[in-house]
Design a binder for this molecule. Sequence first.
Ligand SMILES: Cc1cc2nc3c(=O)[nH]c(=O)nc-3n(C[C@H](O)[C@H](O)[C@H](O)COP(=O)(O)OP(=O)(O)OC[C@H]3O[C@@H](n4cnc5c(N)ncnc54)[C@H](O)[C@@H]3O)c2cc1C
Length: 305
Amino acid sequence: MTLLDRALVRLLPVVPRPVVQMFSAPYIAGATLDEAVRVVKRLNVEGKLATIDVLGEEITREEDARAIAQAYRDVFDEIERDRLESNVSIKLTALGLGLSYETCRANLEDVVRQAANDRNFVRIDMEDSSTTDDTLRLYRELREDGHENLGIVLQAYLRRTLDDIQGLADLRPNVRLCKGIYVEPSSIAFTDADAIRASFVRCLDSLLDASAYVGVATHDEWLIEQALRIVGERGLGRDAYELQMLLGVREQRASELVAAGHRLRVYVPFGEQWYAYSLRRLQENPAMAGTIARATVGRAFGRAT
Ligand SMILES: Cc1cc2nc3c(=O)[nH]c(=O)nc-3n(C[C@H](O)[C@H](O)[C@H](O)COP(=O)(O)OP(=O)(O)OC[C@H]3O[C@@H](n4cnc5c(N)ncnc54)[C@H](O)[C@@H]3O)c2cc1C
């Protein structure tokens, strides 16, 4: 990332929405469930599994949270109807965690019950560190209530994550392991790229020691190779772990991993509320963010930059 790109990334929030939409198109299935279904069918034909995310992070009213829960039930209906190889991923803030823990719990239970009826699975995404404790608590409560078809996400950049793995071990959890995408202070998170990678490998080993099913969610080639080495050395079968990537990122590499016989799942976000998700994706890809911001600034000043 050049210094200029780094500076331009900060401009992204003032970039006009249609411009953000154009550049984020590869990362979003579309605004509607039909569009998401089309993308999942294409992925399934390529031998890839999917996890569908209904975008809805900026929830401020109980009825919006209920509408998101209903949208997930609609997703399960569609998965059943079209026999899609897909589960779902959910952000607890979209189900109302910011309004009240109980509201969120009730909404999550509704979705998890429907998933169980369909013999399907719900993964709780992990958001910023202000939600980590509540997310872990809700996961434990639902698992202890007998909801087996529920998984969680742990972020390798958080210093607490190894302890969280020990805390979850008795549940034999199904965990997606990722680096973590939110900006967190160095008091609670590793911020150096090598430290995050090292933590990722330690967390993966620790999860496998705890007999967790792990979804290794990364596009980082070094980490993918470490993960394949680790599962190989442990002699794990192909149904004991999976690799996960985001829609629109490293699709060719994903196809190679499928061809090599690995289970690979693609995260497929869709929905009207695509904006916050798009900004995060673009900020992660500074070269692209720089291009967008530069084009916008250029237009604003009436010249190409
Ligand atoms: C399936 C899945 C689910 C996730 N769920 C969560 C979650 O619940 N909570 C959370 O905090 N984070 C989540 N993340 C995001 C994750 O934490 C990282 O921020 C993200 O995956 C980037 O880290 P990386 O390991 O891919 O490595 P990086 O070093 O960031 O990326 C490695 C390489 O991948 C490519 N790449 C990465 N991102 C992009 C992009 N946007 N566009 C183009 N190329 C790109 C680049 O070539 C880059 O060099 C998820 C990621 C995945 C794959």
